[in-house]
Write a protein of this length. Sequence first.
Length: 196
Amino acid sequence: MKRTSGSTDGFGLAEVMFSTIIFAAISLGLILGFISLERNYAATTDFATNHADEMRISDYLALDLRRAVALQAVHNDTTIFIPRFYASDGSTQTPILDGNGDVYYGDPGSTVRIHYYLSGGTIFRQQDSATPTPLAVNVQDFVFDATDSGKVVSTRITFNPTFVAGRASADATAATAFYNTTLLRNARSDSDVSVY
């Protein structure tokens, strides 16, 4: 075929510019979509990790609270006193009934102190003077509270979700709450309880 004098080979500048703009717009949309998916994945993973930490802390608290003979609770700091079931040599103590319905292990008034506290981004559980055990690490926004109602202690653990940019709203934080109510086994007098 013969070429006519007015035809050219290839694309004109306007066509190349137009196709480049379309390609750039599609690429930008794909990049923003991938970034959004990555952020959602990270936020979902963080939420699941925090929820698992909530359940772990709640389980430990419930285990110790069931055996509590005294409780001191402050925001993000709870101390629980349980009977000393084991002697210093590791043998089990023989329970002693006092005639008033109370059971003692070893010497009356001899207890084990269990301390839950938040320090440096980690929630710890410490028994007497033993090395503290970390229950949740990389903690930024955890809040745990214990409310003593006599024979029942309620715990509430919340965290600020990372789905919300900046500070999470009160409703968003309340939606993460993990509640647990524990029925106490041991009788306690009012002097054994101090909740602030």
